[in-house]
Design a protein around this ligand. Structure first.
Ligand code: GEK
Length: 330
């Protein structure tokens, strides 16, 4: 069973230690709820990932684990087959012992757009909300973060993350907790909090911003990346039903509206550092993600629109600073 004891041990003398009062009970509930279903099957795969410590690790330029020289061709084939059993792989790419996990998303492109604008992560304690399988968490560690915690409710993403961690070094200060942001007690402790690709999945976007703020220390930095639409500070798209075939999209604000929301939540130095239309090269079907992808979500006669007729996905990255200690905004 995936257990979180090394996380508890590692944070016990850090400023995250207050979580020990609440998180173990939440994760205990999670473990009980997932005793059946897919988790036991995926854990069997994880238990087969017994490989030597890698002879090479690059987390700075990409995520590369091992040169590929440590395993025979047969061993590589076996490892590739095991990793394929954790299909679909959405966020990456990962290079593991010479195996290229060509994921649906070129998440490295997002990192290249975001990372030049943020405060250096060296020695910072970082939270990645909605971290998926953890691709950006590895890059955050590669950028020198002291500790990286990711949260994401998806059990498959947790198992993919655990697979990569077992093939790297299980003692590294990087942890994924299968929780939603709304479950986290306020901590007032992280130096940087990332929320990338999550805001539009939340039914209450202002509460999401406040929950992110609650995790930051005063003066800490929020890195918010989300889908936006063109328009003024009062423009927000609320799709009638689906957006790009997704049934869990609620609010797509303009950049100006988002800046206003952040300022209303008492963030300061709010600035948009990047806007980008998602290209068909960034999100696509591959042999590691064989389901529908962006091309199937867009109007085949006009790729500037989704199949529902809404503007095609455009993403913005906004950076903001927490101004004051936690307090309730009334
Ligand atoms: N309440 C919640 N709390 C935390 N996570 C959640 C919640 N609801 C959904 N998620 C998770 O948020 C992630 C959104 S993907 C972004 C991945 C990465 N950040 C990326 O930027 O590539 C969207 C995208 O592809 O853009 C999924 O992994 C959900 O399980």
């Amino acid at each position: 069973m995936i257990n979180f004891s090394s996380f508890y041990q590692q944070i016990s003398d850090s400023n995250l230690q207050y979580w020990l009062e609440t998180i173990p009970a939440l994760l205990g509930d999670w473990q009980r709820a997932h005793k059946h279903g897919n988790l036991p099957k995926w854990e069997k795969i994880l238990n087969k990932l017994n490989y030597p410590a890698p002879d090479h690790l690059d987390l700075q330029n990409n995520v590369t684990i091992g040169t590929g020289n440590q395993l025979s061709n047969g061993e590589k084939e076996k490892l590739e087959n095991l990793l394929q059993l954790l299909h679909p792989w959405r966020k990456g790419p990962f290079h593991i012992h010479g195996i290229h996990i060509d994921t649906e998303w070129r998440s490295d492109w997002k990192w290249d757009r975001v990372s030049p604008h943020i405060s250096p992560l060296k020695n910072r304690t970082v939270l990645d909300v909605g971290c998926g399988s953890g691709y950006h968490m590895w890059r955050m560690l590669g950028a020198g973060a002291k500790r990286v915690v990711g949260i994401d409710p998806s059990t498959l993403f947790l198992c993919q993350f655990e697979a990569i961690k077992r093939l790297t070094d299980p003692d590294l200060p990087i942890h994924l907790l299968p929780l939603g942001i709304q479950e986290l007690p306020p901590l007032d402790a992280f130096d940087t909090v990332f929320s990338m690709g999550v805001l539009y999945h939340r039914r209450s976007p202002i509460d999401h911003l406040l929950q992110l703020r609650d995790q930051l220390r005063t003066g800490g930095e929020l890195v918010l990346e989300t889908l936006v639409v063109d328009g003024d500070e009062n423009t927000v798209l609320v799709p009638d039903d689906r957006y790009g075939k997704m049934n869990n999209v609620w609010f797509l604000p303009s950049v100006k509206a988002l800046v206003k929301w952040l300022e209303k939540c008492d963030f300061i130095d709010v600035r948009c550092v990047d806007e980008d239309l998602t290209s068909l090269a960034e999100q696509r079907r591959t042999s590691w993600m064989r389901n529908e992808s962006l091309v199937d979500y867009l109007d085949p006669n006009d790729i500037t629109k989704t199949v529902e007729g809404y503007p095609a996905p455009k993403r913005a990255t906004i950076i903001a600073i927490k101004n004051e200690p936690n307090h309730d905004l009334v």
